[in-house]
Write a protein that binds this ligand. Structure first.
Ligand code: BDR
Ligand code: CA
Length: 313
């Protein structure tokens, strides 16, 4: 078998982050070299705790977890997403904490170190606010030169937002960080909220997967219950899992059926539009295309990845 691709994930778990991580842990071709933890869905204390718990649940307490920034770069966030993910980010089901702890190294420093150790090979996936990655870029602007591919879950490319009318949560939580990242990386892959909406999962099918006799299915069934029930109430037939779709795109890019490359910038001002991802569809700005935007992904492939991750031993 050929050498595995080193994978570093910056994340704010989070129920959909957890499914993305289960998909990544179930992948035979990638090797998770570290998890950087952001504040976002809930506070950093909880997102770190959740990452550790997930690693323990899949028997991978060896994967280093690095705590990052506890707040956005410049301004306080509008709100967190505890109404979606539970106050503790994992559905408030009172799981006992993992037996192990996060490493002492800050997530921004860990990313820089690992980018040197895996220079030219690293797959970087961001599933939360981009605070840690922006900080790493400020410490070392040469970071993009060492990253092979960067996949971001974030944004809403025609301004169909979720946290506000125009902004998606990960970008809206820390727009300045997203601005730093979008300006610094010449190329990245973007799986936005609108792609998420276009690739919902059938609630009954998800229930079937969660009925599997496996510790992962039981764990995920517990932590996602509140989120899934809320999804039925708010969004009808399909359950949306933004980070899981982004991870499918990251691990199996051949599943992308339609993409578009365009310049994308982050709106920092605006009384209504702060945190929007302004996409230059007509290429009027003269800026270079920085984002390859995921428009359509093979739904069957996505579902098979999610099902396999949930039902794995
Ligand atoms: C994004 O926001 C968070 O609530 C999810 O974990 C996902 O990363 C979707 O807008
Ligand atoms: Ca997330």
């Amino acid at each position: 078998m050929s050498k595995k691709i080193p994978l570093y994930i910056d994340t704010d778990p989070g129920v959909d982050d957890a499914l993305a991580l289960l998909i990544a842990f179930n992948d035979a071709h990638h090797d998770i070299v570290g998890l950087g933890i952001a504040a976002g869905n809930v506070g950093l204390e909880y997102t770190v705790r959740n990452a550790l718990k997930l690693c323990e649940t899949v028997g991978r307490s060896d994967v280093p977890v690095f705590a990052g920034c506890a707040s956005p770069l410049v301004l306080p966030p509008r709100e967190d997403a505890s109404h979606v993910h539970g106050r503790d980010g994992f559905g408030d089901v009172d799981l006992p904490p993992a037996a192990h702890a996060a490493r002492d190294e800050h997530a921004a420093l860990a990313l820089l170190r690992l980018s040197h150790e895996h220079a030219g090979e690293l797959l970087l996936v961001a599933l939360g606010p981009l605070t840690n990655i922006a900080l790493a870029l400020k410490l070392d602007p040469t970071l993009p030169q060492r990253i092979k591919r960067f996949v971001i879950m974030g944004g809403a490319v025609t301004a169909h937002g979720n946290i506000t009318a125009a902004a998606e949560f990960n970008i809206g939580f820390d727009p300045e960080a997203a601005h730093v990242v979008f300006e610094a990386f010449p190329h990245f892959d973007l799986a936005d909220w609108e792609a998420t909406i276009a690739h919902g999962l059938d609630h009954d099918q998800v229930e079937t997967w969660l009925g599997a006799d496996s510790p992962r299915a039981r764990f995920y069934g517990q932590i996602s219950r509140h989120n899934r029930e809320r999804g039925v109430d708010h969004r009808g037939g399909r359950w949306l899992s933004a980070d899981a779709l982004a991870m499918a795109y990251a691990l199996q890019p051949q599943g992308a059926l339609e993409t578009a490359e365009r310049p994308v910038q982050v709106e920092l001002g605006g009384s209504l539009s702060r945190g929007a991802t302004i996409t230059d569809w007509n290429r009027q700005t003269g800026r270079a295309d920085n984002a390859r935007i995921l428009l359509r992904y093979d739904q069957g492939r996505f579902e098979r990845l999610a099902a396999a991750a949930l039902t794995a031993g």
